[in-house]
Each structure stands twice: as structure tokens, then as C-alpha cells.
Ligand binder design. Structure first.
Ligand code: SAM
Length: 413
């Protein structure tokens, strides 16, 4: 049997009986894919691992707690033979052969009539890798090939454009705080497949260098916007490129919906009838403090964190932020776009009851090579920003969490 290569095929098991003999580690590894395929699974085994037992408890499989018995495979379309008893496995194999049921053997690939490939999934395709003959079987090698292909497709280093299924439109992709490794797998893949990328100055700029030269990269800040507002110019560019049938990625820093005007773009695209996908990103509001050793919550210290925009000062009539109420909160305040206004913010928080000694950390250019953390207190922060020349982009963290990490530094007095 081993002289010829195995013939690869995809089994459509929905509602079809699959019998699994043995409830150990092999069954535990294989069952999720059989369940996902919609198979009607009968497990025959006196024992099962806790995970397999949980699948039975959840009604995903039927479990008969007993050893294999002749006749168990009569109604099966497919069988997985994986008991610890070689003699029972041999009898089950013989029964499978008689009933012409394809069967996998965990203990003896040579005696199996089917082999399980190393499989992985990536957006609508299953990658399955099989060795050509039983003697040369090297499960680690097939798994490594599977991993390389799946990883490559996921992170965009292996580019396989969706020629047949690709729908033109716009993907609004959150690029994360700046480190190119902190974009999502889906975001990176969409970037690799894009015809046009419209970017901001924040976010993972290093990723742009990796794009193929055929990709048109447009800096949103440099779009000509004449009588239009900048945001309208961006919306119009997204719509125009999409109407030309191009795959457009709108790459934004952090998450598109955290002070990113993402929904304005979604609305404009929807009004123009352009399909739009939103890919969340890691927001700087949590990740930048974390990268500087500051947890936004900590047991016994802060049970809440509030993310606030500081782009409008507290005494400005356009402000929508209730600073007096924020001063009364005991948890963490995270301020974005607040470098220019932090002096007035600190004054307001102190005036409404926050202690002047409340710790403050400013984290500039978090997660990038230029990351820098400066510590202060509410009383000293305005002066510290000046003397230390703190510049945007920076995330400002106010609260006791600033002092809990091992990298906390003494505030500048
Ligand atoms: C217009 S908001 C966009 C926020 C973004 N959508 C997010 O979820 O992170 C820009 C502000 O985010 C913060 N920010 C973004 N990336 C940063 C980084 N790498 N380091 C420090 N602050 C950052 C700064 O406060 C900056 O002024």
C-alpha cells in the first residue's frame, strides 16, 4: 500500500457517521476538526481525557463508555482508530477493511487506509500537507511546511491575491501603536493584498516599506483638499479608488474607532455604496502604557480606567468632557492627544479634588524605537513636559498604577 502516494481528497462529513475508537490525546487533537466538519461522531472508549469528556458533555459527540466491539464500524463512513490496545486496533482495522470504511490508525500508518494531513486554515482555504509515502513519513516536517504556508498567508509574507473572490472595496485597518509586529494578522494580510494604501502619520510606518512596489501608498496628510476639509478629501479618495475597482486599505494608528474618525469614513463609504470591512487594531490607550510597564488596571489599585481626549482644554467651551467628575474617580485616567493641554488638565483635576501628588507618566512614541517614559505628579507635570521637552504623540497616564510596575521611576520634583 505504501508504494504509491496517498490520493488527497476533502471529505464532506456533514451528518455522516464517523467512529472514533479511543478517547486519549489523539482523539482530543482530531475531534475538533471532525466536529467543525459537522460529522455525526460516535466515540467508543472506556475512558476519555477531560477535554474529550467536555465535548461529550456539550453534545458535540456521542460517547459510549466501553471498549471497541465488532460491528462498531458497520455504519461508519470514516474511522479514527486510536486505542492503546494494538490487538483491538488490528481487529477494528480488519472490520473497516471489510466494510470499506476509510480508516486512520494512530499506531501504525502502514496499516491505515487513510492518513490525516497536517492542516491549517487561512481565510477561506484549508492547507493540508501529506507525505508521499508511509516510509518517509515525518510528521514534524509536514507540520513545519503547513505552519510556513499558513503563517506566510496570515502575515502577508506569502502573497496569494484572491484573483477570483477578491471584492474591490475599502478595508479600514487599525495598524496598532507603531511597532510593525503589533498589527493584527488580518490587517497585515489585507495590506499585502492592497492596490492602494492611504495612511496617517501614526501607526506602523515600517510596514509600508515592505509593500510591493506596485502598491500605491498615499499619505492622507498630503492629499490636496482645496475647498474640502481634510477628512472629506480622505473620504473622497477612498471612494474614488474603490470605484476604480481597486482594493483600498485605509491604515490608521491604533484602533480605527478610538479617536480615529473611523466611523465617519464608514458612513461616507456606506453612502457611496462602497463595501467596507473594519479590522480592529491595538489601541495606544492600553498598549502604550503597557509597553512602558504601566498596567491600566491592577488588582487592589485601580478597578477602572477611563480614556479621555485632551485635544480640547477643560476651560474651552467646546469640551464635552466632565473633568470635575473625572477628578472624583479612583481609577486610572488615560489621556490621548493631551501634551499641549496637560497643564490645564492637571490644574482642573486638582481644583476638583485629585491629590497634587497623584502620579503621572507620559509615554512618548510608545512601542517604537523612540519610546520614552517621563514620570511626574499632577503638581509637576506641566513643568516636566516643558523641561523634558515631551512631544506628541504621547499617552498620559494618571493614577497609582503608574507606580506599580518594576520599571516605575521616581517622579521629577
Ligand atoms: C488621533 S489619536 C488616535 C488614537 C488611535 N486611534 C489609537 O487607538 O491608538 C492620536 C493620539 O494617540 C496617541 N498615540 C498613538 N500612537 C501613539 C504612540 N505610539 N505613542 C504614544 N502615543 C500614541 C497620542 O496621544 C496621539 O496624540
Amino acid at each position: 500500500m505504501a508504494e504509491h502516494p496517498a490520493y488527497p481528497v476533502g471529505l464532506r462529513l456533514t451528518g455522516r457517521r464517523v467512529v472514533v475508537l479511543g478517547g486519549g490525546q489523539v482523539a482530543q487533537r482530531r475531534l475538533p476538526a471532525l466536529i467543525a466538519a459537522g460529522a455525526d461522531i460516535l466515540l467508543v472508549s472506556p475512558e476519555a481525557t477531560p477535554s474529550v469528556e467536555a465535548m461529550a458533555d456539550a453534545g458535540e459527540i456521542t460517547w459510549e463508555k466501553r471498549p471497541y466491539a465488532e460491528g462498531d464500524l458497520a455504519d461508519a463512513w470514516y474511522a479514527l482508530i486510536a486505542t492503546g490496545d494494538t490487538e483491538a486496533n488490528n481487529r477494528a482495522s480488519a472490520e473497516a477493511e471489510r466494510h470499506r470504511v476509510w480508516c486512520v490508525r494512530s499506531d501504525d500508518a502502514d496499516r491505515a487506509t487513510a492518513w490525516t494531513p497536517a492542516t491549517g486554515h487561512s481565510e477561506g482555504v484549508t492547507i493540508a500537507v501529506l507525505t508521499t509515502d508511509a516510509r518517509g513519513r515525518d510528521p514534524r516536517h509536514t507540520a513545519a511546511i503547513r505552519d510556513a504556508v499558513v503563517e506566510g498567508l496570515r502575515d502577508g509574507t506569502l502573497v496569494a491575491p484572491h484573483h477570483r473572490t477578491r471584492t474591490p472595496g475599502v478595508a479600514l485597518v487599525g495598524g496598532g501603536p507603531g511597532d510593525p509586529d503589533l498589527i493584527t494578522v488580518r490587517g497585515r494580510r489585507l495590506l499585502a493584498e492592497a492596490d492602494v494604501v492611504i495612511t496617517d502619520h501614526l501607526g506602523p510606518r515600517d510596514l509600508l516599506a515592505e509593500l510591493p512596489s506596485s502598491v500605491e501608498v498615499i499619505d492622507a496628510a498630503k492629499l490636496p483638499y482645496g475647498r474640502f476639509m481634510a477628512q472629506e478629501a480622505i473620504n473622497n479618495a477612498l471612494i474614488e479608488y474603490a470605484k476604480q475597482g481597486k482594493s483600498v486599505v485605509r491604515l490608521k494608528g491604533g484602533d480605527p474607532f478610538v479617536y480615529g474618525r473611523g466611523m465617519e469614513e464608514v458612513q461616507a463609504l456606506s453612502e457611496a455604496g462602497i463595501p467596507c470591512t473594519v479590522v480592529p487594531g491595538i489601541s495606544s490607550s492600553i498598549s502604550v502604557p503597557g509597553a512602558a510597564g504601566i498596567p491600566v488596571t491592577h488588582r487592589g489599585v485601580a478597578h477602572e480606567f477611563t480614556v479621555v481626549s485632551g485635544h480640547i482644554a477643560p476651560d474651552d467651551e467646546r469640551s464635552l468632557v466632565d473633568w470635575p467628575s473625572l477628578a472624583k474617580l479612583t481609577g486610572t485616567l488615560v489621556i490621548l492627544m493631551g501634551v499641549a493641554t496637560i497643564g490645564k488638565v492637571a490644574e482642573t483635576l486638582i481644583a476638583h479634588g485629585k491629590s497634587p501628588d497623584t502620579p503621572v507618566a507620559l509615554v512618548q512614541e510608545g512601542t517604537t524605537a523612540g519610546q520614552r517614559r517621563v514620570d511626574a505628579t499632577l503638581k509637576t507635570v506641566a513643568e516636566t513636559v516643558r523641561t523634558e521637552d515631551v512631544k506628541p504623540p504621547a499617552v498620559i497616564v494618571i493614577g497609582e498604577v503608574v507606580r506599580v510596575g518594576p520599571t516605575a521611576t521616581a517622579p521629577r520634583e
